[in-house]
Design a protein around this ligand. Structure first.
Ligand code: RP5
Length: 166
């Protein structure tokens, strides 16, 4: 857990090998002061862990789940099948198919069980965290101010004109 208050966001991933991507979601959540947990939950290798985590997520106080998985990426969809919480899926950039397999596995959910699917890889992990922050900020004015400041800092960092790089 990253903060003393109870975690609002769970960042789950199918494998240790997903952490280099999913840590970017965790870092953004930390920057914004959002309490969260990062957990390995595999749809294929630890299916019982998937069921127990997903079924208990709401009662544990989580508000949003960010789920990253690669290849035959069933984790986000199966998690969404077991919980009414919003699930944001991050397709991991797989070696075999550069994450296109992950993307298509996550995005093409049947109507009725939604997974909000982000971009492949690091940008998707970052944006999943920012999207979670936007949702939580709807009912948290202090977080809304931190998110506004975070966004303004990125805007302020953009130069008006390009320069030659050394
Ligand atoms: C998926 O299989 C994981 O999400 C990971 O992206 C992929 C490969 O896992 P490892 O073989 O690296 O553990 O379940």
């Amino acid at each position: 857990m990253s903060h003393s208050e109870s975690p609002k966001v769970a960042v789950i991933m199918g494998s240790q090998s997903d952490w280099p991507t999913m840590k970017h979601a965790s870092e953004i959540l930390s920057e914004l002061g959002i309490a969260h947990n990062s957990l390995i939950v595999s749809a294929h290798r630890t299916p019982d862990r998937l069921v127990s985590f997903s079924k208990s997520a709401r009662s544990k106080g989580y508000k949003i789940i960010i789920a990253g998985a690669g290849g035959a990426a069933h984790l986000p969809g199966m998690t969404a099948a077991f919980t009414p919480l919003p699930v944001f899926g991050v397709p991991i950039e797989s070696k075999a198919l550069s994450g296109q397999d992950s993307l298509l596995s996550i995005v093409q959910m049947p109507g009725g069980i939604p997974v909000g699917t982000l971009a492949i890889g690091k940008p998707g992990a970052i944006n999943a965290a920012l999207l979670a922050a936007s949702v939580l900020a709807l009912t948290d004015d202090a977080l809304a101010e931190r998110l506004d400041a975070w966004r303004q800092a990125r805007t302020d960092a953009v130069a008006e004109q390009p320069v030659d790089q050394p």
